[in-house]
Design a protein around this ligand. Structure first.
Ligand code: SF4
Ligand code: FES
Length: 374
């Protein structure tokens, strides 16, 4: 595809910081976290948002780490909003005090997405690595009270998937407009902890049954998104809707990525401190490497599904095989599918399926003046 005909991205995921009070074992942060002193300054983010708007970005998602740890969050949301973008806060909700929430609302924040780990404090706090359950519930109530649409995001895995019915009970009680039940994607921290996180087939079937019944009962009130785990699928997902096709991620240090895990890939970095966003999106090797289908080797190159799933996930291919150009091992046509089958077999074998010790990201220290929890 000639670069001049590439459409701009629809959405920008602004990872403002890797700092976070939680330490979930499925964290999508890189294994090596950006120090707070290396984060983009407020003026950098202003410029990035301006350039994103010029590129055609319509939605800004403020994420992390925990974006509430950035003292300038309200200002950045206000700036995105003034550019006409739909603004979304993706948060653990730790630090969403009433004054902060009101300031975000006054700045034009359109939507809040709160993560929850489980349905009750003991399990939730163990999974989050910090006492947080009650604060999350309180913050979710505040989001509704202030009139925002509320999405609850739940990452499902072996240790909480049997609690789906009770978790959905909270979705109903809190009046959430949408719930995303996303089975863990096994990259980074989650791949390191995979044996403790990958559910059994029986667990998945039960969770799907419970979710179907809930969706049917509350179909006029709550959108229910259930993301199946690709390890139990025959074919991979079209990751991010296609490489460099719709979404752009910018990390705390200013590196731009087509997805959350591309920092692992051996591609030349593209940083907003050094290049305009327009060049990064249209012409940088990071974004052009796997755009479209021309890059594909066999079996994808000659496969009738190549426009459907675009060869699957480059990060998964790299993390499991060491070669980012290979077919996603999730695909049944991949010569590497045995890597997935072995993990699934272990998760379904009582002799090997006991949760192993897990590691989560170590919280990043506080940084320069101007950054930190207000
Ligand atoms: Fe998709 Fe490639 Fe598998 Fe075909 S061979 S289904 S294009 S991943
Ligand atoms: Fe990077 Fe799928 S997470 S391409």
């Amino acid at each position: 595809m000639p670069e001049t005909t590439v459409d701009g991205p629809l959405g920008l995921l602004a990872e403002l910081t890797h700092a976070c009070p939680l330490s979930c074992s499925y964290c999508s942060n890189p294994l090596e976290l950006t120090k707070r002193s290396a984060e983009l300054a407020t003026a950098d983010w202003h410029r990035v948002l301006d350039e994103a708007a010029d590129l055609g970005v319509l939605q800004s998602h403020f994420s992390g780490g925990e974006p509430l740890l950035r003292r300038d969050l309200v200002e950045l949301v206000g700036h995105a909003s003034s550019l006409g973008m739909y603004t979304n806060l993706v948060t653990s909700a730790i630090g969403l005090s009433r004054p902060r929430a009101q300031a975000l609302r006054d700045a034009g924040l359109d939507h809040v997405q709160v993560s929850i780990q489980a349905d009750e404090p003991v399990l939730s706090d163990r999974l989050a690595g910090i006492s947080s359950f009650d604060k999350k519930i309180e913050a979710a109530r505040l989001v509704k009270e202030l009139g925002w649409p509320l999405t609850l995001n739940v990452v499902l895995h072996r240790q909480n998937i049997d609690r789906v019915e009770a978790i959905l009970g909270w979705v109903e009680e809190l009046g959430a407009d949408r719930v995303e039940l996303a089975n863990t994607q096994y990259y980074g921290w989650a791949l390191a902890n995979r044996s403790a996180l990958l559910p059994s087939r029986e667990q998945l079937e039960n969770a799907e049954k419970v979710t179907r019944a809930f969706r049917e009962r509350l179909r006029d009130r709550t959108d229910v998104i259930y993301v199946i785990p690709d390890y139990y699928s025959r074919y991979p997902k079209p990751c991010m809707g296609g490489w460099g096709d719709r979404q752009l991620v910018i990390g705390p240090e200013g590196n731009a990525w087509p997805c959350l895990s591309a920092h692992e890939l051996p591609l030349p970095k593209a940083n907003v401190r050094e290049h305009p966003l327009d060049w990064i999106w249209r012409s940088s090797p990071m974004f052009t490497a796997f755009r479209g289908t021309d890059w594909m080797p066999d079996p994808c190159r000659s496969c009738e599904r190549r426009e459907v799933d675009l060869g699957g996930c480059r990060c998964q291919a790299f993390q499991l095989t060491g070669d980012m150009t290979r077919t996603d091992p999730v695909c049944v046509l991949s010569p590497d599918r045995h890597l997935i089958d072995e993990a699934v077999a272990a998760a379904n074998d009582p002799a090997t399926a006991d949760p192993a010790e897990q590691v989560g990201p170590v919280p990043v220290g506080s940084g320069p003046v101007g950054l930190g929890m207000p």
